[in-house]
Ligand binder design. Structure first.
Ligand code: G6P
Ligand code: MG
Length: 221
């Protein structure tokens, strides 16, 4: 019955959520704003410009920057982020992800990448995983998470009915997006945080993911 599995990227397939955090923290510090990991939870899954906006509001500086200055700040953050990405190697794929992708391939269930990141293609290439995905959603011009559109777009592209799709996310906004799309939501991370967002099941680590237990949990055997 399962028709597709849709994967978030940053914080689900590899540790790039941490790189995003480090790059935002540095950019924020440069303009005198402090951010911590708790605040960062609300940035996960959120597009680049929207993340910047939230940081400026958090620091009470939203009125201090013109649109052009905002573009420059976002560029600076992205350049720093990309410099961190140069370290990324196939062995940095989170545990269990490669195995799950293999299982899906064997069962001919499409794997879809449903990330808000414009850097997603280069990350998949660094990890050597592009061949494992049937479709990669390109987030340009699509409403961001927590809106369901990124997930709906991915399901549609592979001809899957959202009711028979599983979405995997580490972000609150991402879990909300999966639920709004009418899919089964698997959270990776903190049970307390992701259950509130609506996750159907939460695993502490991707190492716990495997196709047969997912199918059982989602009643899609
Ligand atoms: C994902 C990440 C966010 C990031 C967004 C845009 O949703 O979880 O932290 O801000 O992608 O990423 P980009 O690489 O386009 O700046
Ligand atoms: Mg994520």
């Amino acid at each position: 019955k399962l028709q597709a599995v849709l994967f978030d990227l940053d914080g689900v397939i590899t540790d790039t959520a941490e790189y995003h955090y480090l790059a935002w923290k540095q950019m924020a510090e440069n303009i005198g704003i402090g951010i911590d990991r708790e605040f960062n939870e609300a940035l996960k899954g959120i597009s680049r410009m929207e993340s910047l906006e939230r940081i400026l509001i958090h620091g009470n500086r939203a009125q201090d920057f013109t649109p052009n200055q905002r573009t420059v700040l976002a560029q600076e953050k992205n350049e720093h982020y990309i410099s961190l990405l140069t370290q990324l190697l196939p062995e940095h794929t989170y545990p269990g992800i490669g195995e799950l992708l293999e299982q899906l391939k064997q069962e001919k269930v499409p794997a879809v990448l449903a990330s808000a990141s414009k850097n997603a293609p280069r990350i998949l290439t660094s990890l050597g995983l592009e061949e494992m995905f049937q479709y990669m959603v390109s987030p340009d011009g699509i409403p961001g998470k927590p809106a369901p559109d990124i997930f709906l777009n991915g399901a549609e592209a592979v001809g899957a009915d959202p009711r028979y799709c599983i979405g995997i996310e580490d972000a609150q906004a991402g879990i909300e997006a999966i639920k709004a799309a009418g899919m089964y939501a698997v959270g990776i991370g903190e049970e307390r945080v992701l259950r509130i967002a609506g996750a159907n099941i939460v695993y502490e680590s991707t190492a716990e993911l495997n196709l047969s237990s997912l199918l059982k949990a989602a009643s899609m055997e």
